[in-house]
Design a protein around this ligand. Structure first.
Ligand SMILES: [Zn+2]
Length: 335
């Protein structure tokens, strides 16, 4: 059954549908995680990127989660995007240590959520919902850190089976660490989409997933393959509750939502980047190409009207972006 109708009884609703309903039809996702870690002084110029902080600065990881919760995020995404077992092993860690760090990423997000929720209840702040914790899983390309994250070209030797093997153990470890959701982020091609859908079945993962693609032209995945082809694969899976795009320029999002709404009944999540472009060679952000005169939050209102059920931000967005998004999509002042 793809998706659950708006009239489904509460008992039949999944965690995401319940949250979206509680949030008034549109839930807010957090913003750029690595971006905010850097803003707090962390050095993420590392093959493990933001996941390096799991080793050196776990208190900053928790602090970033707290800041996004405070800003109004209904979903926070763990710091495991670029945390991989082979990545940690290459750092000289044991398998136990590597798996422990993956679990730590979920634990830090759960602790932040629980502490924040406790204090929101104490202060009876009705603007907040109890947030969900999504365990982040980046693509194989994010692990390679060679630019293929945004090209989707994994080379002739890569097969669906190899991609499943790459993702298998991390998925098992993260799913067993107690998150509310698994968030596959910035998936750049169809082969990886197929691998993830098959893996969720094979491993019989009970935590609901979302799969978000990245796009550089607003019409295709980074690989050039169509959203329609990938959504068809995902529609057949009951394990995937949400589909969407992240780390994609904001000017493409409205068109993408319209396309997705034609192709799927699943809830649609969008959390674009700021529109700045990552130059992987020079390792710096280039200024945003013009996306009209609209601010990120004004665009978010249009994404909501176009049918997105979850809206947030990705790289180069910050807690103030999320505060503004939360205000505009929930129509509530006061964060
Ligand atoms: Zn991003």
């Amino acid at each position: 059954m793809p998706g659950v109708s708006a009239l489904a009884p509460a008992a039949a609703m999944g965690a995401v549908e319940k949250l979206v309903e509680k949030a008034g039809g549109c839930a807010v996702i957090d913003g750029g995680f690595a971006t905010q870690l850097e803003a707090l002084g962390a050095d993420i110029n590392d093959p493990l990127w933001s996941a390096a902080c799991l080793i050196s600065k776990p208190h900053l990881v928790k602090e970033v989660h707290m800041q996004y919760l405070e800003a109004g995020a209904d979903v926070i995404i763990s710091s495991s995007y670029q945390a991989t077992i082979p990545g940690f092993l290459a750092r000289g860690m044991s398998l136990e240590e590597a798996e422990g760090l993956l679990r730590t990423s979920v634990k830090l997000a759960l602790e932040a959520r629980d502490e924040f929720w406790k204090s929101a209840l104490r202060q009876s702040k009705p603007v907040y919902n109890r947030a969900l914790v999504a365990a982040s899983i980046g693509s194989y390309g994010a692990y390679l850190a060679d630019g293929s994250e945004y090209s989707g070209s994994y080379g002739a030797d890569i097969t669906t089976e190899k991609l499943k093997d790459f993702h298998r153990r991390r998925l098992q470890v993260l799913a067993s660490a107690g998150p509310d959701l698994i968030a596959f982020e910035a998936i750049p091609n169809k082969m990886e989409t197929q691998a993830l859908v098959e893996l969720l079945e094979e491993e019989n993962i009970h935590v609901p997933s979302w799969i978000c693609f990245s796009s550089v032209d607003g019409k295709h995945l980074c690989s050039g393959e169509t959203f329609a082809d990938c959504l068809q694969i995902i529609n057949s899976s009951e394990k995937v509750a949400v589909v969407g795009v992240n780390c994609t320029p904001p000017q493409f999002i409205e068109g993408i939502i319209i396309e997705f709404k034609k192709q799927t009944k699943k809830a649609v999540a969008v959390y674009p980047n700021s529109g700045e472009v990552w130059d992987g060679i020079a390792k710096r952000w280039l200024p945003a190409e013009c996306f009209g005169h609209m601010s990120f939050d004004a665009l978010a209102k249009r994404w909501q009207e176009a049918g997105a059920s979850l809206i947030g931000g990705c790289c180069r967005t910050t807690p103030s972006t999320i505060r503004a998004v939360s205000k505009i999509v929930k129509g509530k002042a006061g964060h």
